[in-house]
Design a protein around this ligand. Sequence first.
Ligand code: AP5
Ligand code: MG
Length: 194
Amino acid sequence: MNIVIFGAPGSGKGTQSEKLISEYGLHHISTGELLRDHIARGTHLGKVADTYISQGLLIPDELMVEVLADLFKENPEVAEKGVIFDGFPRTIAQAEALADLLQRYGTEIHAVVGLEVDEDELVRRMLERGKASGRSDDNLDTIRKRLDVYHKQTAPLRDYYLGKGRYHKIDGNRTVDDIFGDIRTSLEPHKDKK
Ligand code: AP5
Ligand code: MG
């Protein structure tokens, strides 16, 4: 089973991914974590990514798609195990590239779990996390920019996946466990897919 966990910055994608991993044993691909790891190690990709992330902007599609394709090439077993994509795709171009990539491995996206959270709650969560996270994008100015970028570039994916009958809307304003209960129910029909 391949799942996209979808939602605005601070909607709980990382938090719910951890629960999905323990429940279904899927491989977690978080493009945000992958890029932050490159920044911490000072790689060339990290240096490029840092300039975008600290401004709340998206890394260009071509670069992001190349990073993902390389990851699959180096770890082909990932496609067999099933993946939770967290923070990818973020644009229609990325979604189309992902569909092509998965097709090459004989698979597809089975479900998109959309965490829908009120904007003031998103800001509250990220400011709270920012007190300790050390993330260069967890400050009020950059949070506002990230939300703006989300509405303009990423939110259109909701309709894209609704049109494909893959989108499962989840009310993400509640407790972590209540949200996860709904996610589990929405994935029930997909859990044995390959
Ligand atoms: P990324 O790392 O993906 O960040 P994001 O989408 O902005 O989302 P966050 O990680 O901040 O939030 P989350 O939804 O994971 O929520 P979390 O579980 O942490 O991307 C960062 C940057 O990298 C991008 O801005 C871009 O520059 C670049 N990038 C990444 N992918 C890219 C791509 N594909 N293309 C181009 N650029 C890309 O929860 C948030 C907080 O709330 C936590 O403190 C958590 O403990 C708390 N919380 C979670 N759930 C609840 C709950 N139910 N109730 C109360 N608190 C909760
Ligand atoms: Mg995250």
